[in-house]
Design a protein around this ligand. Structure first.
Ligand code: URA
Length: 445
């Protein structure tokens, strides 16, 4: 291993130099082996936040992080291996639809997801709303399930990119999450460990996303695509709107129920538009389809025939969950109070602020304030009104799901703040840009 003096490397990075591949390997190895302490790693991460990283340097960091753990070995699986990753949002349950849909088309989907972070929800929390559902599969269990079923939905194991497990927790408490190179290395090292042929990134943009500026979103997309492609993983990104919650349901069990509705052919139109857009990209990126209309038709068929819903039931059963929820969503936990929220005035819904909704879910108990918090999967909102809808005074805009009167009060206050009704307004487009190694395609303005 490269002999390094961490304090010298921190100084060099602070002053704008690019560290070499050997130096990054030594840093990551030292950090995992605990010979480099958290305080030095935090200082180095902060230097990266301010100085950024050259492309080769970022490739070296990603490679070193990937090498810190094991990868899924799917050799001989005989089907394209594909995944999608979303950069966090509110009401975003597309993973719960896409994993079974793509598996039902015959692709392998090793989906390793995260928990809710800040105001955003996480796929693992939504899955764990299903009674008995396990997401803590070992690497061996995951590979075995992928070979028999073609799909797994699970959390990061201790063997997959252990460097990121430590570094992400450190960044979370040292103000070093918001860095395009650090986010890119963190996400892409975990995705590349899945042994993917293709990856589709859903880069959420707008007031409810971690990245609010579309230019920054494009830079993040291009950075992650460059990493993926250099590792022979065909990577494509869509920029999608997160200036409003996606779909109607926000909150873990409510979102799982809405995903099941989507697989049953009755999902809200905005959720289905984003889901199909991402699914089409997954099929094409994996080389399973050549053109959009055919790919869309194939996905619609697995929904209409019930094959995607059956795949979800089989997946839930394989991971110890109550597969009956797929036919009877009332088996999901339900909050005792479900109270309608009415429009204060007539007009057009101009805004539903996703961040306010996300923070309110945390306050209702549906998200974590500390990593140790237990969450209440039953609470949240179902917001049937969407930006651009004309509404009249007293119309029901949605429902607050809470444990008690205090929860209802929190919910009402949040919706008073989040929902703006004006005399006029219109919804912005949902899927705005498609980014590949070749460049950026503007889809809707
Ligand atoms: N999600 C991750 O896994 N890593 C980041 O750095 C940010 C979001």
């Amino acid at each position: 291993m490269h002999a390094i003096v961490p304090s010298r490397l921190i100084e060099r990075k602070r002053d704008g130099a690019a560290l070499s591949s050997g130096e990054w390997q030594a840093i990551i190895q030292g950090y995992v082996a605990e010979t480099i302490p958290d305080y030095q790693m935090a200082a180095l991460a902060m230097a990266v936040v301010f100085q950024g990283m050259a492309e080769e340097e970022l490739a070296a960091l990603t490679e070193a992080m990937l090498a810190s753990g094991k990868r899924l070995d799917l050799t001989g699986i005989g089907k394209p291996v594909v995944d999608k990753h979303s950069i966090g949002g509110v009401g975003d349950k597309t993973s719960l639809l896409l994993a079974p849909m793509l598996a039902a088309t015959g692709l392998a989907v090793p989906m390793i997801s995260g928990r809710g972070l800040g105001h955003t929800g996480g796929t693992l929390d939504k899955l764990e709303a299903i009674p008995g559902m396990r997401t803590d599969l070992s690497l061996e269990e995951a590979v075995a399930q992928l070979r028999t079923l073609g799909v797994v939905m699970m959390g990061q194991t201790p063997e997959i990119v252990p460097a990121d497990k430590r570094l992400y927790a450190l960044r979370d408490v040292t103000g070093t999450v918001e860095s395009i190179p650090l986010i890119s290395a963190s996400i892409m090292s975990k995705k590349l460990a899945e042994g993917l042929d293709a990856l589709v990134l859903d880069i959420k943009t707008g007031s409810g996303a971690f990245i609010t500026d579309p230019e920054q979103s494009l830079t993040l997309a291009k950075t992650m695509i460059a990493i993926g492609e250099s590792h022979h993983c065909h990577t494509v990104a869509l920029l999608t709107a997160m200036d409003r919650p996606l779909g109607h349901a926000c909150g873990n069990a409510l979102e799982t129920e809405e995903a099941i509705m989507g697989l049953s052919g009755s999902g809200p139109s905005d959720l289905m538009e984003v889901t199909y857009a991402l699914g089409v990209e997954m099929l094409i990126a994996a080389g399973a389809e050549r053109d959009r209309p055919t790919a869309q038709h194939r996905l619609e068929q697995v929904v209409e025939s019930g094959a995607a819903k059956t795949m979800l039931a089989t997946l839930i059963d394989a991971q110890g969950g109550a597969a009956g929820v797929v036919e009877d969503p009332s088996l999901l936990p339900r909050a005792p109070r479900a109270v309608p929220y009415l429009a204060h005035r007539g007009g057009v819904v101009a805004e539903i602020a996703p961040r306010t909704i996300g923070h309110a879910i945390v306050e209702l108990g549906g998200g974590r304030r500390t990593t140790e918090d237990e969450i209440d999967p039953s609470v949240g909102f179902v917001l049937t009104a969407k930006p651009g809808d004309s509404v009249h005074e007293g119309q029901t805009l949605g429902t607050i799901h809470a444990q008690d009167e205090e929860g209802v009060r929190i919910g009402v206050a949040a919706l008073d703040e989040a929902i703006t009704i004006l005399d006029a307004g219109q919804a912005t487009p949902l899927v705005t840009h498609r980014v590949t190694l070749e460049g950026v395609e503007r889809l809707q303005c």
